[in-house]
Design a binder for this molecule. Structure first.
Ligand SMILES: C[S@@+](CC[C@H](N)C(=O)[O-])C[C@H]1O[C@@H](n2cnc3c(N)ncnc32)[C@H](O)[C@@H]1O
Length: 689
């Protein structure tokens, strides 16, 4: 496989070289070919005509709506809420240091009018919006420092850059620590990250009972989900790669006697995306009303499958980043008609106080791709009958309170456009009541509906190593158990990805995730799960061949005994974090005394503090001590401990201004990482692990 890939890229490289020689293609392959916002035409006659007819915005607001739609989107981010204390300290830093510095400097008019703005409806003041351009970052040290800080904390999962409107669906789901949550169309995963955080926020346990299953049909995009989930170090996440319209019910035991229905489901459907015009300006030229007609069917089928996988009493959010009623209210209405009273739309208008919304539409028009308007299906010419379906038309009378759906318009609070509906399943769906609800039966229902038999497939792709759970008989277990004094440890929740040879990394999952992975590996393609917890480290001086990994420490710490714990004072921990390694002699006498009898190897560095306890993985050498954490993690804890870390910042701002160095072309790194790059990086890192 690898050779074929190389052959392909060599062939195209040779072709390009030939073309360049012939003067046909002078394109530099390293050149940034993205069209700049300045050169993109931000207009489309059909778009204007279509949405004027749809009345998505009142007439007196129309011009402002269009004007704002043609401007760039501000940046927005949220501070991770999974750990309350850390979130509060970070918020204090953001507001009290970084924003204060921004506002102290000399501001141009644009900067004065675009001060950081706290999203009033986002809980605990953790959601923020601000305008920050490449020019700002290059021109002001305060902006540069904020930018650096945001990137550093984003890498660690403590801050997430996310479009403001995209934060709404997870909030409406009101995730509780025990919820079993499905994210049906999850990539690239900013909402998944928010769902994971919500599962932990409010949980008294370091591994909550609930779980997040994040799914996407696109294999490469699933690796963006892995990237998101890895930032958050959660044992409660499983990432799957399956067509959501036919996602099977998950078995929770070998015989399929126990099956998983979800408590909360996010159905953030694939859509035409015209609500993201401010971010993806190329949509202006590609936009056509036909796009929405082509998506209605798949959107409906995903939503329907979501409701089938939902528990009675469970809640589902259907959302799109499209203004188009054919992708929004028409899909919801079609579902409500089929559900025959088993599903209700919940009025969520007051759930996010301070968020300006517009009611869902109960009247809309359906058009062909040439913008011919049809009021009823009977008017549709036969040639369009496959694209325009009867269910796309609005109801004569709104029986389902479509006005309870929520629309967000860009000019109301300087955001993108969005559509969201909160639904509750109040009884089994009509086609669920007539038959016993088992996996096979649901598949049978699908076969009847779509007239095709489900294929029997094995879902272990060549890139995905199997997930092998450890047992008490595993030869590595006794040394790990004894070295770390593990007590009542659920060994059945540890897994490796190596079927042969020495185990390299050992991952930890929650019990409910373990059950899903164990019993469904040959039914859905499982891309990733578990948090890295033990890592092979063949150090002759250590009695155990596995060191602890910071990523998984929070999940297993409560099982670890006292032998490998070292208590440090705040000052000692700061010293350890500021230096790659320190001599034991530089520690307090009390700590030195303990270390006299402390074996070499992996350990936990504990800073006991009633308000803000910290636990880090450390390494005790013969005469040294160090924190076994990456650079970003060091900076994060130093910041939380109140240390000014600017000495560790590579001050690119100064470098550029003093040395007149090359212009920074990297742009605002808060943008999402290109997906191919993420996938390559992850495959490489998985391979090297
Ligand atoms: C709007 S994006 C989702 C954005 C995501 N929820 C987030 O917040 O980052 C829609 C996603 O649906 C996926 N998709 C499209 N068809 C699908 C299907 N049949 N089943 C599952 N996922 C699908 C696409 O690959 C795409 O990643």
């Amino acid at each position: 496989m690898g050779n074929r890939r190389h052959a392909g890229s060599n062939a195209s490289f040779a072709k390009r070289r030939r073309k360049m020689k012939e003067g046909l293609d002078t394109k530099n392959p390293n050149e940034d070919n993205r069209s700049s916002y300045e050169t993109t035409i931000r207009d489309n006659e059909k778009f204007v005509q279509y949405y004027k007819m749809q009345n998505i915005c009142s007439e007196d607001e129309w011009n402002t709506f269009l004007e704002v739609l043609k401007t760039d989107l501000p940046t927005s981010f949220r501070i991770t809420a999974s750990c309350d204390v850390e979130a509060k300290i970070l918020l204090k830093l953001v507001e009290g240091v970084f924003f204060t510095d921004l506002l102290k400097g000399e501001l141009n008019d644009e900067q004065k009018n675009s001060k950081p703005f706290c999203l009033p409806w986002y809980p605990q003041r953790l959601g923020w919006q601000l305008k920050i351009t490449r020019k700002d970052i290059r021109g002001s040290e305060a902006y540069y420092r904020l930018h650096n800080f945001l990137i550093s904390e984003t890498g660690n999962g403590n801050i997430s850059r996310q479009e403001t409107v995209s934060m709404i669906p997870p909030l409406l789901l009101d995730i509780q620590p025990s919820d079993k949550v499905l994210d049906m169309c999850a990539a690239p995963g900013s909402k998944t990250a928010q769902l994971i955080e919500a599962l932990y926020s409010g949980s008294t346990s370091s591994v909550p009972d609930g779980l997040i299953m994040a799914n996407d049909v696109h294999n490469a995009r699933c690796y963006m989900l892995v990237h998101q989930a890895k930032r958050l170090n959660s044992a409660n996440v499983v990432i799957t790669n399956h067509d959501a319209t036919v996602l099977p019910v998950m078995n929770l035991d070998e015989n399929g006697d126990s099956m998983l229905k979800f408590d909360k489901i996010l159905c953030d459907a694939p859509c035409s995306g015209d609500g993201t015009l401010r971010k993806n300006a190329d949509i202006w030229t590609k936009w056509s009303p036909g796009n929405a007609n082509n998506l209605h069917g798949i959107q409906f089928r995903i939503l329907k499958r979501g409701l089938e996988l939902l528990n009675v009493g469970g809640r589902l959010v259907y959302s799109t980043c499209s203004f188009n009623p054919v992708e929004n209210e028409a899909v919801v209405q079609r579902m409500m008609t089929e559900a025959q009273g088993s599903v209700v739309i919940i009025n969520a208008h007051d759930k996010l106080p301070g968020l300006k919304i517009v009611n869902g539409l109960s009247k809309w028009i359906v058009v062909s791709k040439d913008l011919d308007v049809y009021k009823t299906f009977e008017e549709v010419p036969e040639k369009w009958n496959t694209q325009i379906r009867p269910q796309m038309f609005p109801p004569k009378e709104d029986l389902y309170n479509l006005d309870k759906c929520i629309r967000i318009l860009p000019h109301h609070q300087d955001t993108g456009g969005f559509f969201v509906t909160l639904m509750e399943k109040i009884k089994p769906l009509p086609w669920e009541t007539c038959v016993k609800q088992t996996d096979e039966v649901v598949d049978e229902v699908k076969v009847n509906n779509y007239k095709r038999k489900p294929k029997k497939r094995r879902y272990q792709g060549y890139k995905e190593d199997p997930f092998i759970f450890l047992t008490v008989d595993d030869p590595v277990w006794p040394e790990i158990r004894d070295f770390y004094e593990l007590n009542n440890f659920p060994i059945e929740c540890l897994l490796t990805r190596c079927s042969v040879g020495k185990k390299k990394n050992i991952y930890y999952t929650s019990t409910s995730v373990r059950d899903i992975v164990k019993n469904n590996q040959d039914r859905v393609k499982i891309i990733n799960t578990g948090v890295k917890t033990f890592v092979r480290c063949d150090n002759k001086s250590m009695e155990c061949n596995f060191r602890l990994a910071q990523e998984g420490l929070a999940g297993i710490s409560s099982f670890i005994g006292q032998k490998r714990r070292l208590q440090l004072t705040r000052t000692e921990l700061i010293t350890v974090l500021k230096n790659p390694t320190i001599p034991v002699t530089s520690l307090d006498q009390a700590t030195k005394d303990i270390l006299d009898n402390f074996g070499v190897g992996s350990c936990i560095l504990d800073m006991v503090d009633k308000d803000f306890p910290i636990e880090l993985v450390g390494w005790k050498g013969f005469s040294t001590l160090k924190a076994y954490v990456n650079g970003e993690c060091r900076l994060h804890y130093l910041r939380l401990l109140g240390v000014d870390v600017s000495e560790f910042d590579v001050n690119k701002f100064k470098k550029e201004n003093n040395e007149d160095g090359p212009e920074d072309k990297s742009g605002i790194c808060l943008d999402e990482v290109p997906e191919v790059q993420v996938k390559e990086e992850l495959i490489q890192s998985e391979k090297s692990e």
